[in-house]
Write a protein that binds this ligand. Sequence first.
Ligand SMILES: Nc1ncnc2c1ncn2[C@@H]1O[C@H](COP(=O)(O)OP(=O)(O)OP(=O)(O)O)[C@@H](O)[C@H]1O
Ligand SMILES: [Mg+2]
Length: 268
Amino acid sequence: MPGIDKAKTAPILRAMGLSRSFGGLHALQDVSLDVPRGCIKGVIGPNGAGKTTLFNLISGSLKPDSGTVCFEERPIQGMKPSRIAAQGISRTFQNIKLFHGMTALENVLVGRHRLGRAGFFGGMLNLPAAGRDERMLLDRAREAIAFIGIEDVAQREVSGLSFGHQRAVELARAIASDPVLLLLDEPAAGLNMKETSDMGALVRKIRDRGVTVLMVEHDMSLVMGICDDITVLNQGRKIFEGAPDAVQRSAEVIRVYLGEVNAEDSQP
Ligand SMILES: Nc1ncnc2c1ncn2[C@@H]1O[C@H](COP(=O)(O)OP(=O)(O)OP(=O)(O)O)[C@@H](O)[C@H]1O
Ligand SMILES: [Mg+2]
């Protein structure tokens, strides 16, 4: 059946000709990329290459000057972030954004609700009075916490947690909303080697759960180890796209980025 084949093979996300400037600075210029369903796709490039801007355009926190973003074959560019999130795109942030003064579980619950609904926490945390929906949300949040493997810190206030745990809480919050596509902006930033390798296993586990992943990351062992396909940005433009081994062999990518990263890695 051609219809079914098309649904299976169509990219889950297709960005076409995305551009965005800030004043005179072209942060992203005519960038197109497809994210195949069920993959882990990487986005790499030097600082300021436009990686986070790309994520902001996909998730709706920024509007493109031109270009389109189709999610599940429907245009989403220009929509509000909440509407895009409601369609199944969830994200984490380069600079962890957690609510201090709240526990890990409470932070994950926030992912299930849009902020600003008066009385939400009162209702949510007062379990005997909580309605069926609220209990269901709480179950989902607990399930996400168990899936990520951080049950032991669920009741702890997040500012007292290690960086690795804080990143894990953000990840649990992102998957608690049951995304179809997850955008991870530097999930291993600030993590040590063991935490980075745990993060890699976690991202694979999320993909195996059926969530497609688009990931910005500077840690090349992580990127090359888990990505099926990688887009390379430099100064707002896409300069290469391909499988990890092809990226590592590209003279242009080595010149503008990998040479620099490898030199950093080999320093004592
Ligand atoms: N809101 C903004 N206002 C002005 N300039 C911005 C804004 N966001 C990004 N930029 C600029 O756009 C360029 C691309 O930034 P972006 O954050 O997308 O890069 P990046 O690839 O994510 O870099 P990094 O690896 O350092 O996170 C940079 O020069 C940055 O200073
Ligand atoms: Mg960035």
